[in-house]
Design a protein around this ligand. Structure first.
Ligand code: NAG
Ligand code: NAG
Length: 368
């Protein structure tokens, strides 16, 4: 399951986890041989930690095996802080089926909102450098930070995932995908305080289908372009999604800084917006507090982005915003069959440095 580096895996009180594993021809570390009991009653926290420590001390590739069953992780466990000896620590063919992870993040959220100095907190479940991961029917609640993180993975399938956290909880992204290929996210319901799904740099061939998002900040490609040298995002499909009361619907967001990053070949299709502040938005001027980037243009090149069959209601007058980079204008945006209204009237569109075409019926009228 979760893998080292500075990652913290924290599961707090009364967490039940059903896990099954298959294959892997490298060193095996089975949590049961470290004393974990798949009975749903015995606190297996220490066993998970011990398996983790052993695997991380391995100089050859290691796999942490969690047999099928129900494991109670009765107190906070943190995997990480140590550097694994083998850089090749990875999981392969791991499935996590069912179960609920509850990280009880509310105390940390309220600390953060009171602007005291607070611990950073930890994500709940993360996979790094892993192939053929399956997460099926898993619920994750109240993470201190990101609920589920998929990074540097190849072929991951997440389906029937449920994420829930308060709409004002900070930095609690539902599913974050980064530097990965072949990730599929299906049939999932995500309500949280940050992005329902966030798509970081270096992703290709990502397929997202049948998602209900809200509350939250929508499905976001970004933030991208913080680094000058950054891998791009390509071949992303988001198909059949509903957004309810969210800050954004379909968003692409880049820092207003020099970068060689890019976003290309993206299809957003069949989305229903319900009272969404920014149903369609490209924002290339992201520069919170005007720090480290005022007056700069984003270097991220955005091209070939298709919006097709996007309907519903906007919570603000401007439902479609293409605020592209002054140094790298967006190219090849296409709009086809869009109808977004604001208070029962056509909403508005706003463009800068954005090029493309529209076809079919498009309301508000395209400003491309
Ligand atoms: C993106 O999709 C195209 C068309 O399906 C394919 O030819 C290309 O190899 C894909 N790119 C990557 C990086 O997989
Ligand atoms: C857009 O949607 C509104 C609300 O459903 C509807 O009244 C209007 O006729 C639609 N406009 C177009 C051009 O389809």
């Amino acid at each position: 399951m979760a893998v080292c580096k500075q990652y913290c895996f924290s599961l707090v009180f009364m967490t039940f986890l059903y896990v099954t594993c298959t294959l892997a021809a490298n060193a095996q570390y089975n949590v049961e041989s470290y004393g974990a009991k798949p009975d749903g009653k015995t606190d297996s926290t220490k066993a998970f930690m011990a398996a983790w420590t052993a695997a991380c001390a391995s100089t050859s590739p290691a796999t942490i095996n969690v047999p099928s069953g129900r494991f109670l992780l009765g107190s906070a466990i943190t995997f990480g802080g140590q550097t694994c000896k083998s850089k090749a620590i990875r999981v392969s063919g791991v499935s996590i089926v069912g179960g609920t992870l509850d990280a009880k993040g509310a105390a940390l959220w309220s600390c953060k909102s009171s602007s005291k100095s607070c611990p950073d907190g930890a994500g709940t479940l993360a996979f790094y450098n892993s192939n053929n991961v399956v997460i099926d029917g898993l619920s994750s609640q109240n993470s201190q930070k990101f609920h589920i993180r998929i990074e540097s993975c190849h072929n991951a399938k997440l389906q029937g995932v449920k994420v829930s956290a308060a709409g004002n909880s900070p930095n609690t992204d539902g599913i974050h995908v980064q530097s990965s290929t072949g990730v599929t996210i299906l049939n999932s319901h995500i309500g949280t305080g940050d992005d329902c799904i966030s798509i970081g740099p270096g992703n290709s061939n990502l397929w997202i289908e049948n998602i209900a998002c809200g509350p939250g900040h929508g499905i976001s490609i970004g933030s991208l372009g913080w680094k000058e040298q950054e891998a791009g995002v390509q071949n992303v499909t988001v198909k059949t999604a509903t957004f309810t009361g969210t800050q954004n619907g379909l968003r692409i967001k880049t820092w207003a800084r020099p970068s060689n990053g890019f976003v290309k070949n993206v299809v957003f299709q069949h989305a229903v917006m319900s009272n969404v502040k920014h149903p369609i938005i490209i924002d290339q001027n992201y520069c919170p507090n005007n720090q480290n980037c005022p007056h700069q243009g984003s270097g991220v090149k955005i091209s070939n982005i298709k919006y097709k069959d996007i309907h519903g209601t906007s919570a603000t007058q401007v439902a479609m915003t293409f605020e592209c980079s002054k140094t790298q204008p967006c190219r090849g945006i296409t709009l086809d069959d869009v109808n977004l209204t604001y208070k029962n009237h056509p909403a508005q569109a706003s463009c800068s440095n954005a090029g493309g075409t529209s076809s079919g019926s498009v309301t508000p009228a395209s400003c491309l």
